[in-house]
Design a protein. Structure first.
Ligand SMILES: C[S@+](CC[C@H](N)C(=O)[O-])C[C@H]1O[C@@H](n2cnc3c(N)ncnc32)[C@H](O)[C@@H]1O
Ligand SMILES: [Zn+2]
Ligand SMILES: [Zn+2]
Ligand SMILES: [Zn+2]
Length: 728
């Protein structure tokens, strides 16, 4: 793999995959998981390792039937596990989080798609009868009943001086003149929605068509401060003792009778009927609440969930409004009553995933004109304007509602039966079927064996402690937690508290009140889990899985962090596990990085650490080879090659990217230099100090900043001379 992995080719594919995500690998549509890596990367790595002949560029499009077992100690949403299964391998996958385990299980298990579709339709119909009217509004154009796509809400707060209620608008723009013909803005004076070709600002405002007051994009709240609209008193909105109240201020709807006569979307300010309907939902919920499965769980403190506490939320149910709770309660109750177990479990998964778009943290994207996923960043961002989505959804209209998620699940399952790749040809996307491959497995409860079926041993435990047989794995491919990058458990508890109400009886992982665990390998300030905890745990897991690996087998993992000290745990873990790191390869990183990383100028690339389990003799030979290595020369040359390959693949390589790749090379060299004197039984602190010192020494020799600038300049020049080789 060290030589057969074509980083430019693989990254070129990964970039495409990142662009179209679910259309490229629809299997990720089973359920959200955080920080997924591209599937094309893991397919490339496995092919580079296990194909006996041919180039990666050729082999990539051909079905493979490898035999053996691949392990993944941090399977998360399952990307390496799926890719290994697809290539014919048995898999042993482990994750501490019961939701991750559930998602991979659902992805690999069989489902009768027609039955699933029929049951889903029946369910939707029965819930529709109960809630449909609550999602209807009167069309402004024809006066008929139309379907609401989104209700817009704004947070409100009482003035501390006069107690008058104030809306909290950061801005008054509802739709940009991109997908809608004109800019749509609210008049804060009278509540009318106005359309303007130009964007009015406070400096040059427009005039409201109803009340003739000035209208502008700037809201009444800036940096959490506002002046009371009743008494003029200035106050700030930083502390909430109970969940904030909301006021409905706009609706986007879809009128089947007249939408085709309109050049854009249909919006309105809510009328008395719309408000009445919400009131009705409230009353209905109050009368039914006890009979509906709605979680009462408190939100525990946490690095991410503390933000919710600051906004006054103390229970998960408070993150939903009454209409959402009512509809979700009906849906879940309906799903639980389904007798076909695989169908019921599949619909539970759909339900759980839909929650992301059915809560009062969702925002409305004023550019794309749709509701945004609460997890579009890895946290719980609380905004001032929230978007309430239609629950069941209008077929082929809008997104993020239940019927859309049913379709997404079906597409995922169909993909598993006939996986494909996507290729650019003559500027067009072309789907390339790979007949002979499938993604499915027989779930087993012990070490996989035999050749009749592809098996998956999925374990929901901390990987430090899973039962593994010595020399039983042909490879380990994993995407570990990147220290404090994502608080998996804190985030996914949002879905988990709903499912645990119904899955706890059958699945022990769903009995605990939360998916949080002291053994989760993440840095977490609230839980006081620092670098030592992460290093120690990673070392245990690596050691454990390396023991299960056959001699010569690859132990491959991705990593990146903008803080160079976060590479220290890798050095200790690799050395403790007695693995030899033979290469660090550049690759495209997180799938959705565009959203929350791109803007920060941080790296979007990962280092792929390729390590091997070696015999004593092989280790000695490697040691001899090392004597000829000069860190500054080696790192500089490799970084330049990395940069060139990434540029060829179409990456705009930033200095942040180069710094991360360099940190990967430095870490690899550190493992090589320390290998001969490493004693894994030394106290953790001593080992961490040794690694720190070694990394520092290499970093000084390499002169990282100098190298990064040199390579960056070099890339800029070569880009001007030779445009990207990848077809756009
Ligand atoms: C596949 S995701 C990695 C995503 C990405 N690399 C990132 O930026 O963090 C890592 C997975 O490790 C799991 N995990 C964390 N600690 C674990 C442990 N002790 N044992 C098993 N799995 C663990 C998490 O639940 C998560 O699903
Ligand atoms: Zn109409
Ligand atoms: Zn006031
Ligand atoms: Zn007005």
């Amino acid at each position: 793999m060290e030589s057969g992995f074509d980083a430019a080719f693989s990254t070129g594919l990964a970039l495409k995959e990142k662009q179209i995500q679910q259309n490229y690998r629809p299997i990720i549509g089973i359920h959200k998981w955080f920080a997924r890596r591209p599937g094309t990367l893991f397919r490339s790595l496995m092919l580079a390792e296990f194909c006996e002949s041919g180039t990666l560029k050729d082999n990539f499009w051909i079905a493979q039937k490898f035999r053996g077992v691949i392990g993944d100690p941090f399977m998360g949403g399952g990307t390496p596990v799926f890719e290994a299964n697809r290539l014919g391998f048995h898999v042993v996958g482990c994750d501490i989080n019961p939701m991750a385990h559930w998602i991979v299980r659902q992805s690999l298990s069989e489902l009768e798609i027609n039955t699933f579709r029929k049951e889903a339709e029946r369910l939707v119909q029965s819930v529709q009868q109960k809630v449909d009217r609550l999602y209807q509004t009167t069309c402004l154009d024809c006066g008929k009943e139309a379907e609401v796509k989104y209700f817009m809400w704004v947070k409100t707060a009482p003035c501390p001086k006069c107690h008058g209620i104030n809306d909290l608008f950061p801005g008054y723009l509802l739709a940009e003149a991109v997908r809608h013909p004109k800019n749509l803005l609210l008049c804060s004076g009278c509540g009318t929605l106005n359309e303007f070709s130009e964007l009015p600002t406070r400096k040059s405002p427009a005039i409201c068509k109803s009340c003739e007051q000035p209208v502008h994009i700037e809201g009444n709240v800036s940096k959490k401060k506002l002046d009371c609209c009743h008494c003029g008193h200035g106050f700030s909105i930083s502390q909430f003792k109970k969940p904030p109240a909301h006021r409905m201020w706009a609706i986007e709807y879809h009128c089947e009778a007249c939408y085709h006569t309109k050049a854009g979307r249909q919006f309105k300010a809510p009328d008395a009927n719309d408000l009445k309907k919400f009131h009705l939902a409230k009353k209905k919920l109050a009368s039914l609440s006890d009979s509906l499965p709605i979680p009462e769980d408190p939100i525990p403190a946490g690095d991410e969930s503390d933000r919710l506490h600051r906004w006054g939320y103390s229970k998960y149910r408070e993150l939903f409004n009454e209409r959402q709770l009512l509809g979700l309660g009906f849906l879940l109750k309906g799903i639980v009553a389904i007798s076909d177990i695989p169908v019921r479990e599949a619909l539970l998964t759909v339900f759980s995933d839909t929650l992301r778009y059915q809560n009062m943290l969702c925002r409305y994207d004023t550019y794309a004109l749709k509701c945004q996923d609460i997890f579009s960043i890895h946290g719980f961002p609380v905004g001032l304007i929230q978007c309430e989505n239609n629950l069941l959804g209008i077929e082929k209209v809008g997104s993020g509602a239940f019927v859309h998620f049913v379709e997404k699940y079906i597409r995922a399952k169909q993909y598993c039966l006939a996986p494909f790749e996507t290729r650019q040809k003559g500027g067009k996307k072309e789907t390339v079927p790979i007949p002979g491959e499938t993604i499915k497995a027989t779930l087993v409860s012990g070490q996989p064996s035999g050749f009749k079926t592809k098996q998956a041993f999925l374990i929901n435990q901390p990987s430090q402690a899973v039962p593994l047989t010595k020399d039983s794995l042909d490879g380990v491919f994993t995407d570990p937690p990147y220290y404090d990058n994502v608080q998996y458990a804190e985030l996914i508890d949002f879905c988990f508290v709903w499912l645990r109400q119904v899955l706890g009886e059958k699945f022990p992982g769903f009995r605990a009140p939360s998916t949080r665990s002291a053994e989760e390998l993440t840095g977490n300030e609230t839980e006081k889990r620092g670098l030592e905890h992460f290093t120690n745990g990673l070392s245990e897991v690596f050691t454990h899985f390396a023991q299960a690996l056959k001699v010569g087998g690859p132990f491959v993992f991705t990593y990146h962090h903008n803080d160079p000290t976060a590479y220290l745990p890798l050095v200790v873990a690799i050395l403790d596990a007695q693995l030899i790191c033979t290469a660090t390869l550049p690759a495209a990183g997180e799938m959705s990085a565009s959203l929350h990383i791109a803007k920060t100028g941080s790296s979007i690339l990962d280092s792929v650490f390729v390590c091997r389990k070696m015999t004593r003799n092989q280790q000695k030979n490697e040691q001899l080879e090392l004597l000829t290595v000069q860190p500054q020369v080696e790192c500089f040359k490799i970084l330049k090659d990395d940069g060139l390959m990434m540029q060829q693949a179409g990456v705009r390589v930033s200095k942040g990217d180069l710094r991360c790749l360099m940190a990967g090379h430095v870490a690899r060299l550190a493992t090589r230099i320390l290998q001969s004197k490493w004693d894994r039984f030394l106290p953790l602190k001593v080992k961490m100090d040794m690694a720190t010192e070694c990394i520092k020494k290499i970093s000084d020799q390499v002169e990282i900043e100098f190298a990064v600038t040199e390579v960056s300049d070099f890339l800029a020049v070569s880009k001007r001379n030779e445009p990207s080789l990848v077809e756009k």
